[in-house]
Design a protein. Structure first.
Length: 180
């Protein structure tokens, strides 16, 4: 039970943001994530059969969101272009906290200007720490597509940032002071 609680604390925020991108309603997203963890509890005896639990949980979240949208609106979100990635933009790691509020706002603006699929992939890789293969599995894309989208996102973000500010090779914000 303790391990289940720790897993919940660790993965809930990312699953919530991911679900919000699809259902666009915070309360419904909370319900989707709750359903994911209920399902996880129901299959706890078969967890050893799951190769990558994080990918499995994000895939479950995506499927619950698709099912909800199908029931509610009689249509399925057919592509990432229709998802709302705005809710995925999230800054809370130590490097980002050191960057000024103005700089963070400029980075957020640059990320908001990315195409939806690019934003979602960038968030899963850079914010959730997922590997390209994991993101590819969750979103039913090729690893090459994920890699290319991260590269495109990084280039576009850097191009939109003012001089003296950028994103390092792993997508973390850096100011002119942190480059020295």
């Amino acid at each position: 039970m303790k391990a289940y609680e720790e897993l919940y604390k660790l993965l809930y925020p990312g699953l919530y943001r991911f679900s919000c991108a699809f259902v666009k309603t915070p309360d419904v997203a909370q319900d989707m994530v709750s359903d994911v963890f209920i399902k996880l509890w129901q299959i706890r005896g078969r967890l050893m059969d799951i190769e990558n639990l994080k990918v499995y949980l994000f895939t479950l979240a995506r499927n619950f969101c698709y099912n909800y949208l199908t029931q509610q609106f009689k249509k399925v979100v057919l592509s990432l272009e229709e998802a709302d990635p705005e809710v995925l933009i999230h800054f809370d790691n130590p490097e980002e906290l050191c960057v000024s509020a103005d700089a963070v706002e400029k980075i957020r603006l640059a990320i908001r200007q990315l195409p939806p699929q690019c934003r979602i992939i960038f968030q899963l890789v850079k914010e959730e720490g997922m590997k390209y293969k994991e993101v590819a599995d969750v979103l039913h894309l090729s690893v090459l597509t994920v890699r290319n989208q991260v590269a495109i996102a990084t280039k576009k973000i850097v191009a939109l940032l003012p001089a003296g500010m950028g994103v390092d090779s792993v997508g973390h914000a850096k100011t002119s002071e942190s480059r020295s």
